[in-house]
Design a protein. Structure first.
Length: 244
């Protein structure tokens, strides 16, 4: 069935990170407290996103009646994330932009569910944006500096995905579970690699995607709700100096 891989997906997280989406490292939670908002950190997070890590939704062709599942896909993803700790313990504000630099329109997980009909040879590199909050669940100091985890809630601004959308981009609720493995923690703190980490983002877009009965694009009806669970993994490179 044509266009079964056409999707819109975040991130993120799915990866997302932050994610994808909004996933800047929270290792600075042990840094000195701020009065209201700390100086922001900037992070570059190249990685790989895998969509539909469970099962893709079931869709039906209106012309043939044939049913099939939207397959998962794997693409390179680039995330640029900003994070700033707040005076509230374990709470940070996060924002990120993410895009797929090499994906064609027909295989782009960020346009997985859109009604766009641009064709398989169009490069689908329009970015998506996320802004929200991050709650640290596991602080690095509790794991000897090797591991941390956080839960992010954000507003995903990405390609429209439902039949009644009136804009090319719409707002969606994006949920992320973000982890960092500090693989170079044993190096001296003054060395840059000490702050580089391996990240993973489990990303779920909770609203704004097709439900059973929606026809997206024309000629393809969703038999089951979208299942937008994605996994993003890669390396996290800090671009700002460490917190003092």
């Amino acid at each position: 069935m044509p266009n079964l891989c056409r999707i819109r997906f975040a991130a993120r997280l799915a990866l997302s990170a932050l994610a994808a989406g909004s996933a800047a490292p929270l290792s600075a939670q042990s840094a000195p407290r701020c009065h209201i908002l700390c100086a922001p950190s900037l992070t570059l997070m190249p990685g790989v996103v895998r969509t539909h890590i469970l099962r893709g939704p079931l869709v039906r062709s209106t012309s043939t009646g044939a049913e099939s599942r939207l397959p998962g896909s794997t693409n390179m993803e680039i995330i640029v994330a900003v994070a700033s700790r707040t005076a509230l313990p374990r709470l940070s504000l996060v924002a990120s932009a993410q895009w797929l630099p090499n994906a064609a329109e027909g295989r782009n997980p960020f346009t997985l569910y859109t009604a766009s009909e641009l064709g398989t040879h169009v490069r689908a590199n329009a970015p998506t944006l996320v802004a929200g909050g991050s709650l640290a669940l596991v602080a690095p100091k509790s794991t000897g500096g090797w591991f941390d985890a956080a839960f992010n809630v954000g507003d995903l601004f990405s390609q429209a995905a439902t039949p009644d959308d009136k804009s090319a981009y719409t707002h969606k609720l994006d949920l992320d579970l973000v982890t960092h493995l500090h693989i170079f923690d044993a190096l001296p703190e003054h060395e840059y690699l000490h702050r580089v980490s391996l990240y993973g983002i489990l990303d779920y877009v909770a609203t704004g995607l097709p439900s059973a009965g929606d026809e997206v694009p024309l000629g393809r009806v969703f038999v089951s709700d979208a299942r937008p669970l994605a996994l993003v993994a890669g390396l996290s490179f800090p671009l700002t100096p460490p917190a003092q």
